[in-house]
Design a protein around this ligand. Structure first.
Ligand code: SAH
Ligand code: SF4
Ligand code: F3S
Length: 446
């Protein structure tokens, strides 16, 4: 008998698109077992917290949420509390959970998501706990179901893991080494998505530029080859990807932007710092000059390209001068948008051991100055869109008002405009009437 049928579940997701997509897979597996999604953990029989460990405040938020599950468990003895994701790949976290949060029933990691239904079944049936994670494995599990968050766009993993070991970053330890899916598997998955109304796919990987797939006949497929293949899929409208490491961005990929109509002219190209000495201490394997030259090359070949980035302030040893190099780089590049982060010590990474950590107040002061520079740049770039006509994929209605639609331009800019919800899922022409700091306003052109 299927004891899981009819059980209500709620997934709480922290972290990046990898985690969001893993949560879609978890939802897909649960729905195959007959479980039903609910909006809050309080209404659920099964809660799954999918964790991120990239910065300390993600850790803190997780433990706060985990504490709240105790009450639910006390009210409902059948309740199953599950935790998974990147934090679970760290032994010290598992030890803390075991000793301080005994109401947790299931722990699984980033390498054994596929086993979750089996663990859940066992825990429900035998009233035991399942607190196991798995070390990095060499195989890739194909064919897991997924319940998409959006009807018309979808994430598609093309690779897993990271080999780069930037000195501040925990991801290579939580996600293991790089593994690329086979191109045939990726193309088949996208074909199925398109048959199910998907117009836009975002290819996911920690560093998609180092994708290295092998066809059934043994020949190689690099990231640019993969884009050309996907560009030929009938019915698909848009291709995006996340994230690009500047050290591996090839001329061949830049050419793909020129040749492939469906490849959106947008790139997220994390710089992390504008100072060559900091970049070297971060083990990023490029310097300021190389990064700026890359941006120039991209803009020369693809003039309309929009560029976003990630920046860390207060990396150990960062001097005022080094920080100012970041400010001038931001001005020079002119980013469309940027995610800015305060450096956060991650136990187990090399930079956590550096003894020249930056005082909190210095970090915060630099952070505020950086955010001002970034916002000024974004406002300036967005203002330049006023009057232009952009192709927008309509994603939904605005939270505030049903007659306001929201969508993204090819360059990933968020646009609000008046229109009917029957347009959701279509690509429409929108004339931009106002460029604000974080989004655009427009009107549909008949
Ligand atoms: N693979 C992606 C990034 C994944 S993590 C890439 O290399 O582009 C997302 C972002 O979090 C990073 O780009 C970095 O800016 C930030 N980040 C990672 N570790 C951090 C830390 N210890 N402190 C602050 N920010 C961090
Ligand atoms: Fe982390 Fe660097 Fe890998 Fe990105 S490339 S996931 S920042 S180690
Ligand atoms: Fe966080 Fe893991 Fe993504 S650490 S940023 S959820 S890969």
């Amino acid at each position: 008998m299927n004891l899981l049928k009819g059980k209500k579940y709620n997934i709480i997701t922290f972290g990046c698109q990898m985690n969001e997509h893993d949560s879609e897979t978890i939802a897909g597996m649960l729905q195959e077992k007959g479980c039903i999604p609910v909006l809050t953990k309080e209404e659920s029989d099964i809660t799954i917290i999918n964790t991120c460990s990239v910065r300390e405040n993600a850790d803190k938020r997780f433990f706060g949420t985990l504490g709240q599950l105790k009450k639910i468990k006390e009210k409902n003895p059948e309740y199953v509390a599950c935790v998974c994701g990147c934090m679970m790949q760290q032994q010290h976290i598992i030890d803390t959970i075991k000793s301080k949060y005994p109401w947790v029933d299931i722990i699984f990691g980033t390498h054994n998501i596929d086993r979750f239904p089996e663990l859940l079944d066992k825990v429900t049936r035998e009233k035991v706990k399942a607190l196991e994670i798995l070390e990095d494995r060499s195989d890739i599990i194909e064919g897991l179901p997924a319940k998409r968050l959006y009807k018309h766009k979808s994430f598609v993993n093309i690779m897993y893991g990271c080999n780069n070991f930037c000195t501040y970053c925990i991801v290579p330890y939580t996600r293991g080494r790089e593994k690329s899916r086979k191109p045939e598997h990726i193309v088949d998955e996208i074909r199925r998505l398109v048959a199910d109304d998907v117009k836009e796919v975002t290819l996911l990987g920690q560093n998609v530029n180092s994708y290295s797939g092998t066809f059934d006949d043994g020949s190689r497929c690099d990231f640019a080859d993969l884009i050309y293949l996907i560009n030929d899929i009938e019915g698909l409208e848009r291709i995006r990807f996340m994230t690009s490491h500047p050290k591996d961005l090839s001329d061949k990929l830049i050419q793909a932007f020129v040749d492939c109509r469906k490849l959106c002219k947008y790139i997220h190209l994390p710089v992390q710092s504008g100072s060559s000495s900091v970049l070297s201490r971060m083990n990023r394997k490029y310097d300021r000059e190389k990064y700026l030259a890359l941006v120039e090359k991209l803009r020369k070949s693809v003039p309309e390209i929009t560029i976003s980035t990630d920046i860390i302030v207060g990396f150990p040893g960062e001097t005022e001068e080094e920080f100012e190099d970041t400010l001038t780089l931001v001005e020079t590049v002119g980013y469309d948008s940027a995610f800015t982060f305060l450096y956060s010590i991650r136990t187990g990474t090399p930079a956590a051991e550096y003894d020249d950590q930056i005082p909190e107040e210095v970090k915060h002061d630099r952070f505020n100055r950086l955010v001002d520079a970034v916002n000024e740049g974004s406002a300036h770039r967005n203002a330049a869109y006023e009057g232009r006509i952009e192709k927008v994929l309509v994603e939904g209605t605005s939270k505030k008002d049903d007659n306001t639609l929201t969508g993204r331009t090819d360059g990933f800019k968020l646009v609000d405009f008046q229109g009917d919800s029957s347009l959701i899922g279509q690509i429409v022409d929108v004339q931009i009437t106002e460029g604000k700091t974080f989004s655009l306003k427009g009107r549909i052109v008949e």
